[in-house]
Design a protein around this ligand. Structure first.
Ligand code: KIV
Ligand code: ZN
Length: 527
């Protein structure tokens, strides 16, 4: 593969500039259990905007009132990035997206239709000629709302090449300014995807007027490699998500794409506008709001990505960091975990520390986080940055929840029947009970069930430590499933049982929110 230097596009940006199109809030949020509420979406969008991504795909406005509201509010607030809303080819979808994006400084409608034989026949049940007509009509309709229209050929990598060329040509003729070539099922290989991108540039009339985009899923673990191969083949936009979250095995990960382009500039001479020092913060935020833990050995943002355990490696690192490190931790915003504050530290030092960690809290949130910090300092000798991040993320998240844990007392041990005495506040009303279970966690979850009866089934219970040491805070993730919908909740505390209760209750709150916000039509349009 060589760099294709013939790319022209409808942009004044330098030829080597690759646009980062972040779809964490759309394709990322579609992964089972990753649902975010409005406030969380706004927080993620604000961080992405500050971080310098070029386009934020904020949601799928027709899917639910919640999605519409999120796209609409993100459109209103975003200062730099283009805000994008997804729409199927129907006019109702497109008009709803156009309406949601109306307040945006720069708004984009992203409309898509499947082009592969298997999708056209079985999913759409449409003849190829009808698909071509729908492409022209849908793009033209989107252009009535905005000049910035992206068209995607869903399942492009399994589409007959001649048909794909025709579809792309029609989309360009109808006014699309960005053409996306999704590897929807994560089937392509890098060489194949490179050749596909190159072929489209060479064969499609009008290709020089638009920007081509990659959108690669990770079913074979090739999403990042395929995206980069697409850029070498002429694409100048990459669609990706923070931490690689997304449908099934996920999407290409923003952090891996951006750092690969930065570290291997010698082989891939392209630039992005992303402030890489904000990567760790973005990763942590997305992990917190979705409840999806980041795998320890995940490239760039995993806990071990910059850790050196073996004696040989440590020895090499002490002599020269370049022996085992190809990028500096601070380039992705990873600071060495420092011993920071203790129980004598005051509010001022705490606020300063929060600022260096990138948090600006209002008075009430600061008060609450400070109180939790003091409680933690009473229990735990060494407070690390990770502890503070966990405290803040936890209190910010729990602040507005309908169901809250007020108190918990657990009794368990060898020869004892585990029991949990729990008080919840539900919409301000105090409810208390005593429940037993097969183990202490089971007793807590039974108590929650008694106080707030529900049908949700527990799918996952996972515990990890925020920092090192036996006094470390426990971080618990809980996944619940109800009527085919899954949500994940996360909780942190020095007491693993309290963290478990927080996590379960957070997941319940998410289900509650989903129930309230999901419009009936949402289920039928989920991709
Ligand atoms: O994977 C895919 O094909 C998509 C499209 C909607 C762009 O997410
Ligand atoms: Zn996708």
């Amino acid at each position: 593969m060589t760099t294709d230097m013939k790319q022209h596009a409808n942009t004044n940006e330098p030829h080597d500039r690759v646009r980062i199109f972040d779809t964490t809030l759309r394709d990322g949020e579609q992964s089972p259990g990753a649902a975010m509420n409005l406030e969380q979406k706004l927080e993620v969008a604000a961080l992405l905007d500050e971080m310098g991504v070029d386009i934020i795909e904020a949601g799928f406005p027709i899917a639910s009132n919640g999605d519409f509201e999120a796209v609409n509010e993100i459109s209103r607030r975003t200062k730099n990035a283009i805000v994008c809303g997804l729409a199927r080819a129907g006019f109702k979808d497109i008009d709803r997206a156009g309406e949601a994006l109306r307040p945006a400084r720069r708004g984009r409608i992203h409309t898509f239709l499947s082009t592969s034989p298997v999708h056209m026949k079985h999913k759409l049940q449409m003849e190829p000629s009808a698909v071509l007509e729908a492409i022209s009509a849908s793009v033209a309709r989107a252009r009535q709302h905005t000049d910035d229209v992206e068209w995607s050929a869903e399942d492009a990598t399994r589409t007959v090449p001649d048909f794909l060329c025709k579809a792309v040509e029609l989309a360009i003729k109808a006014g699309a300014t960005t053409i996306n070539i999704p590897d929807t099922v994560g089937y392509a290989t890098p060489q194949e995807y490179f050749e596909l991108m190159k072929m489209l540039h060479e064969r499609v009339p009008g290709a020089e007027k638009v920007i081509f985009s990659t959108h690669c899923h990770n079913d074979l673990g090739l999403a990042v490699a395929n995206s980069l191969a697409g850029v070498l083949g002429g694409a100048r936009q990459i669609e990706c998500t923070i931490n690689g979250i997304g449908e099934r095995a996920g999407n290409a990960a923003v952090e891996e794409i951006v750092m690969a382009l930065r570290v291997r500039k010698d082989r891939m001479p392209f630039t992005t506008g992303v402030k890489t020092e904000m990567i760790a913060r973005a990763s942590k935020l997305v992990s917190n709001v979705t409840g999806f833990p980041v795998q320890y050995n995940k490239a760039i943002v995993g806990k071990n990505a910059f850790a050196h355990e073996s004696g040989i490696h440590q020895d090499g690192m002490l002599k020269n960091v370049e022996t085992y490190e190809i990028m500096r931790p601070e380039d992705v915003g990873v600071k060495e975990t420092a011993l920071v504050l203790g129980k004598l530290s005051g509010r001022h030092a705490f606020r300063d520390k929060l600022q260096t960690l990138g948090y600006e809290l209002g008075d009430n949130a600061l008060q609450d986080a400070f109180r939790r910090f003091k409680d933690l300092a009473d229990k735990k000798k060494h407070i690390f940055d990770g502890d503070i991040v966990a405290i803040v993320d936890d209190s910010v998240m729990r602040d507005h929840e309908t169901i809250q844990v007020e108190s918990l007392k657990v009794i368990s041990g060898k020869g004892l029947k585990p029991s949990a005495e729990l008080t919840l506040s539900v919409d301000g009303e105090m409810r208390a009970c005593l429940a037993t279970g097969d183990g202490p966690v089971d007793a807590i979850f039974n108590a929650i069930h008694q106080l707030y009866p529900h049908e949700a089934a527990l799918q996952l219970f996972q515990v990890s430590a925020v920092t090192e040491g036996t006094d470390a805070q426990a971080e618990v993730s809980v996944r619940l499933e109800e009527n085919g919908r899954t949500v994940t909740g996360r909780g942190a505390d020095t007491d693993t049982m309290v963290a478990a209760a927080y996590a379960y209750v957070t997941a319940l709150n998410k289900l509650l929110e989903k129930r309230l916000k999901t419009a009936p039509e949402a289920l039928s349009v989920a991709q």
